[in-house]
Design a binder for this molecule. Structure first.
Ligand code: GLY
Ligand code: MN
Ligand code: MN
Length: 431
């Protein structure tokens, strides 16, 4: 049986050394209170390599001395009663027949099999420090492997995170399709939300509107808790309380993106609750928009993340000088990091199965150049809480504009460009 997941597992033989083993544990069920569970979300590495969506599963991939791989899965056992309560389980036979694993066992048998499976390897790779149960189990299994044969050579433990992350960093065709769909659902929803908003409704009603529209369009889950921040709440970067009323005359910052078949989208738009920006809001907005557009243009194969970061800092610093919010020369203010009072986060992050996706930002001690198949967010912002030492007219304004950018061999494709960011277009849409 061949599919994208078996292909990815085979590719590991080219990425990891021969005579090694890779162990990836799936996610466990998480509880919100007592025995009331959250909807299950598989661990992203596990999903990427298996497409198998049952909790409490583990995947072992052995790479032999010629770089060929063998995949062994440990999955929940078939159980008629549990399946009545919680749904279908593939069981070991279904895991082999339907998911293409070379072997599969009940997860209750993992301690029995793992020492033997690992004992022939020189190295065992796993995502170190991500799951404390796996950290402990790896040591336990290696000790057991060693005690089986005192004369065996030692097995080194190594972190799989960087190698797997860098594989996930370059999206394949299938992933790009899914991410385009996630971005489209989120983009359409942002456009509809701009038409829907009105003074007096609450942030939580807006949040519910986004979640409803995502689900209706096929993206049942949000890729992260939406930030729905009216007025000055936009200056709290991770504002997820979403509980206040929206006031006429304020801006609304919404950072919301759905997940589609486990792939994230991540969009922020900031728009006037009344449908019209006032002069101060527009002045700040125009700076952030210029940073957003210039940074997107710079997402090309010749540049790296730090090049784009610096563009955003310089555009924002110059804009704040022009408005009299910062005083001094661009060079001096930029080198002293004066912008950090108003723009304190990074320009973006990799996007994929995780909203802050796996993958290194540095390569051989330098920032990694953009490569075709990467997806990065571009999300400059300016935040001026009312405690700031500025003229009153700027106080309480917070703006961020965030798009999702696919790197291509020709340059890039903005996957979220269908939501307007131009203030005139936003006002027309909201009229
Ligand atoms: N929504 C999370 C972020 O923008 O990083
Ligand atoms: Mn983001
Ligand atoms: Mn975001």
């Amino acid at each position: 049986m061949k599919n994208i997941f078996t292909d990815r597992r085979q590719k590991l033989g080219k990425i990891f050394p021969s005579n090694s083993a890779i162990v990836i544990s799936g996610a466990s069920t998480q509880y919100r209170n007592a025995d009331s569970s959250y909807a299950f979300r598989q661990d992203s590495n596990f999903w990427y390599l298996s497409g198998f969506n049952e909790a409490e599963s583990t995947l072992v991939i052995l790479i032999n001395d010629s770089g060929n791989t063998e995949s062994i899965a440990f999955v929940p056992e078939k159980d008629k009663v549990k399946e009545i309560w919680d749904g279908h389980r593939a069981g070991p036979k279904g895991a082999i027949d339907d998911y293409g694993f070379d072997a599969a066992f009940n997860n209750t048998e993992i301690d029995m099999h793992l020492p033997g499976l690992l004992s022939g390897s020189k190295q065992v790779f796993y995502p170190v420090g991500k799951n404390s149960a796996l950290d402990k189990n790896i040591v336990k299994w290696l000790k057991a492997a060693k005690s089986k044969d005192r004369h065996s050579s030692s097995i080194d433990i190594a972190d799989a995170s960087s190698k797997l992350g860098n594989m996930r960093l370059i999206k394949d065709k299938h992933e790009i399709e899914l991410m385009k769909k996630a971005c489209l659902i989120s983009a359409e929803t942002h456009v509809e939300a701009m038409k829907f908003v009105k003074p007096g409704i609450s942030e939580q009603e807006m949040e519910a509107y986004y979640l409803y529209e995502f689900a209706k369009k096929g993206g049942r889950f949000s890729a992260y808790t939406p930030i729905v921040a009216g007025g000055e709440n936009a200056c709290i970067l991770h504002y997820v309380e979403n509980s206040k009323r929206l006031n006429d005359g304020d801006l609304l910052l919404v950072d919301a993106g759905c997940e589609y078949e486990s792939y994230a989208s991540d969009i922020t738009r900031t728009f006037p609750i009344s449908g019209k920006f006032n002069k101060s809001q527009l002045a700040i907005y125009e700076i952030v928009l210029e940073a957003n557009l210039k940074c997107i243009e710079a997402v090309t194969l010749n540049n790296n993340v730090m090049d784009v970061q610096i563009i955003s800092e310089k555009v924002i610093t110059q804009g704040l000088i022009d408005l009299g919010i910062l005083n001094g020369s661009l060079e001096d203010l930029h080198s002293s990091g004066a912008h950090k009072v108003f723009y304190m986060h990074k320009i973006g992050h990799w996007l994929g199965l995780d909203v802050h996706d796996a993958g290194d930002y540095m390569e051989d001690g330098e920032f990694m150049k953009f490569k075709p198949g990467m997806v990065t967010t571009i999300e400059p912002g300016i935040y001026i809480p009312s405690s700031s030492n500025v003229e009153d007219k700027w106080k309480g304004i917070g703006v961020r504009i965030e798009d999702d950018i696919l790197v291509t061999s020709e340059g890039n494709e903005n996957l979220t460009s269908s939501v307007p960011s131009n203030p005139k277009e936003i006002e027309e849409l909201m009229a």
